[in-house]
Structure formats: structure tokens, C-alpha cells
Design a binder for this molecule. Structure first.
Ligand code: COA
Length: 388
């Protein structure tokens, strides 16, 4: 990388789900948990800057949400910036936090992701989900996110002669992993038969092909690498960061079966980290719909186009497979509070690489990749983490 690296020394995560907690309480819980997780010698007064990823779902504090984080995190006086890139908001907040450290501008930075989605009606939920898609054509023609990903899924199954069981297997695997994660919204395994027989939401996607509507928050404390051992014996380093963008609307893109933003972000992250894909032990990918997990595995460079379905059906992406994908249950089972997801994925990398993931621990994990997508692929971040 050639620059000062950022190291994560603390991380906090609320439960994801339909929660009674208010937005302020969620922010507070995640930040308090992150501070409490640092092994030694940490105090909030050390934080020099903070970034907050949130879509601002349901209009709660749509402007200046950063000031609320400053209040709830005990950081009034410290610069806080709200980052909004739809479902990739926290992936980009993490990126800004790490860049602030890499540049030498700050020594200690807080990155938080947050969303409260269940305090509004289902009609208003549809509106707030819709505002992150193309509002001129997609929304005008009645397309929801499930609808957009449904179009991608239909095209993928057709072009690659992929059986629908491959999509179902993504859901089965991620629900099985979610059952091992105490923070997950759904902690119950499901069978392939149940997934295939569930009501359709946007053909070919059914209920179990979709992420749920979730509340939750996650927080990360990053420091300059030379300071990391002051706070813990087991820091997790941000080894490489990549980010990319694409056109907003599906009809404007070159392909319906790959996300260019992911490809660009992955290429940059690996170039900066200086290591090969084969040295990564697990992936946390943005599976907002089951098809998205297959596209991610291919766009990140871990399978040839059209091959991720077979890889999934073989069991390679299961917790004890040769390339575990979404050991925490993914967006599918852990939940997807929009602005929180990128931070939640990095939280998983942090606990896994420290060997602290309990029943869902990936064996011998030393390097991990996280992948966070905005909407149907308009933006993406890829982050690589390492214990050395
Ligand atoms: N996966 C599995 N089960 C789900 C589920 C999901 N995604 N969503 C809801 N359920 C379950 C609920 O727990 C509930 O179970 P219960 O009856 O045992 O309590 C049941 O299904 C009905 O829940 P409800 O909230 O009424 O479902 P719904 O029909 O209103 O919503 C979806 C289902 C799929 C439409 C909704 O979860 C959704 O819109 N998901 C996509 C969100 C999204 O687009 N995010 C942005 C991605 S880019």
C-alpha cells in the first residue's frame, strides 16, 4: 500500500431486526459497544473525527444526522460527516475513516453505520426504498428493488442455464449461518423446499430470496497502525480499499448480470493490498437478494461469469466450504438496516480475524474481504482486512 495503514481496534454491533430502540438509542448502543470492546487504554476523547453512514430512512433527521452522532457518541466539538450512498453508506463511511488515517490527517477515527426502517408504514417504506433507485424511469414504471434484482436474476438464470436451486441454496446457507449469529434478525435455518415454495415477490425471487426490513447499527474504531498495539494485542488492519460507481438505472448499464462498480472496487482493493484472491479466507458480500451474492462472487473475481451458482450448489461457500461467503448470515438472514450494513460487514471481519466469532468462526481466518453495494449497483466498496 505504501501508506500508513489504518487498524481497527474496537467494534460494536446492535442486534439487527424489528427493534423497539429509537435511532438515538441504536447509535448509542453501537458506539458504547465499540468503545467497551477495546482491550485497554482507550477513551472517547481520543477520537479526532467521525463518519456516519445512513440513508436517512423515513426522513428521521434527514439533514445534519451527523450532529446526532456527535451528541450520542460524546463527541460534540469533533468534526462528524454524514455519508450517503444508499445501501453502501457505511462502506463509504469506513473508507473515509480509513483514508483520514492513511493521509495522516487523524490518528483515531470513528466510523458508524445506522438505519431505523421499521418505525414507518409499509407504503412509506416502499417510498424510502425507492428513493435510492432511479426515480425517473425505474420507479415511474413501478419497479421496486426486488423488481430490479428480479430482472437481473431472470436474465442470469436464462443466460447461464443456471437452476433456481442455486438461488435457493444461497438463502439456505445464509439462514444456516444466521442461526449461529446472536445479532442476526433471523436465527432459524430454512430448507431448500421451503425457500422454493415461498410466495414470489418479484419472479424468480421469492420471500426467502429477499433481505428483510431491519433496524440496527454498527460502529468501528480505527487508529494509525503505529498506535494499534497501545490498545490491543490483536488489531485488524485495513489492508486495501477500493471503490467504484456505475450508472444509476439498470437500463443504462452495459450488463444485467454483472456489477461494474464491484469489479472496479475489487481491482483497486487487491492492487492496493498487494495480495492475491487465493490468500483470502472468507467473503462478506452484499446479498440484498440471493442473485446479488452470485453476481458478487463473480464480479469480485472468485468465479468465472456464470459459475457462482455451481460453486454454491457444490457447498464451496458454506461456513466450512473452501470459500465461506457471509459467515454472519449476510443481509439475507442477519438483516439489512441500509446505512448500517457496510459497518456490520467490517465488524464481522474484525471478530472473525481475531478468532472471536464463536459458533460461526471461519477456521484459520487471516484475511477477509467485505463488499458493500449502493442500490442495484450504482456504487460499491470493497475492503480487505488482514491480521498482519
Ligand atoms: N426473508 C424471510 N422471511 C421474511 C422476510 C425475508 N426477507 N421478510 C419478512 N419475513 C417473514 C417475517 O418474519 C414474517 O414471519 P412470521 O409470519 O413468522 O412472523 C413474515 O415473513 C411476514 O412478514 P412481513 O413483514 O409482513 O413481510 P412483507 O411481505 O411485508 O415483506 C418483503 C416481505 C420481502 C417484501 C420485505 O422483507 C422487503 O421488502 N424486503 C426487501 C427490502 C429491500 O428492498 N431492501 C433494500 C435492498 S437493495
Amino acid at each position: 500500500m505504501g501508506r500508513r495503514r489504518a487498524a481497527i481496534v474496537g467494534a460494536g454491533h446492535t442486534r439487527f431486526g424489528v427493534l423497539p430502540a429509537t435511532p438515538r438509542e441504536l447509535l448509542c448502543q453501537a458506539v458504547d459497544a465499540a468503545v467497551a470492546s477495546v482491550d485497554r487504554g482507550f477513551e472517547r476523547a481520543l477520537v479526532g473525527e467521525a463518519f456516519l453512514g445512513t440513508l436517512g430512512f423515513s426522513g428521521w433527521q434527514l439533514g445534519n444526522a451527523s450532529a446526532v452522532l456527535a451528541e450520542e457518541a460524546g463527541l460534540v466539538g469533533v468534526p462528524v460527516t454524514r455519508v450517503e450512498n444508499a445501501c453502501a453508506s457505511a462502506g463509504f463511511a469506513l473508507r473515509h475513516a480509513a483514508l483520514a488515517i492513511q493521509s495522516g490527517e487523524r490518528d483515531v477515527v470513528l466510523a458508524v453505520g445506522f438505519e431505523k426502517m421499521n418505525d414507518t408504514t409499509s407504503t412509506r417504506r416502499r417510498y424510502w426504498l425507492g428513493v435510492s433507485g432511479d426515480t425517473e424511469w425505474e420507479r415511474l414504471s413501478g419497479l421496486t428493488f426486488a423488481g430490479v434484482y428480479g430482472l437481473m436474476a431472470g436474465r442470469y438464470l436464462h443466460d447461464y442455464d443456471c437452476p433456481p436451486e442455486a438461488l435457493a441454496e444461497v438463502a439456505v446457507k445464509n439462514h444456516a449461518n444466521g442461526a449461529l449469529n446472536p445479532n442476526a434478525q433471523f436465527q432459524k435455518p430454512v430448507s431448500r423446499e421451503k425457500v422454493l415454495a415461498a410466495p414470489r415477490v418479484a419472479t424468480p425471487l421469492g420471500l426467502f430470496d429477499c433481505c428483510p426490513v431491519s433496524d440496527g447499527a454498527a460502529a468501528l474504531l480505527l487508529v494509525g497502525e503505529e498506535m494499534a498495539h497501545r490498545f490491543t494485542d490483536t488489531p485488524v488492519y485495513v489492508a486495501g480499499l477500493g471503490a467504484g460507481s456505475d450508472r444509476l438505472a439498470l437500463q443504462e448499464r452495459e450488463s444485467m448480470t454483472s456489477l461494474k462498480a464491484t469489479q472496479i472496487a475489487a481491482k483497486e482493493a487487491f492492487r492496493r493490498a498487494g495480495f492475491e484472491r487465493s490468500s483470502v479466507q472468507f467473503l462478506e458480500v452484499h446479498d440484498c437478494f440471493t442473485i446479488a451474492e452470485l453476481l458478487a462472487i463473480e464480479d469480485l473475481g472468485f468465479a468465472e461469469p456464470g459459475r457462482a451458482g455451481a460453486l454454491t450448489l457444490e457447498g464451496a461457500t458454506r461456513l466450512h466450504g473452501r470459500l465461506p461467503v457471509n459467515p454472519d448470515g449476510g443481509l439475507k438472514a442477519k438483516g439489512h438496516p441500509i446505512g448500517a450494513t457496510g459497518a456490520s460487514q467490517a465488524y464481522e471481519a474484525f471478530v472473525q480475524l481475531r478468532g472471536a466469532a464463536g459458533a460461526r468462526q471461519v477456521p484459520h481466518a487471516e484475511r477477509a474481504l467485505t463488499h458493500n453495494v449502493g442500490g442495484s449497483g450504482a456504487s460499491a466498496t470493497v475492503s480487505l482486512f488482514s491480521i498482519q
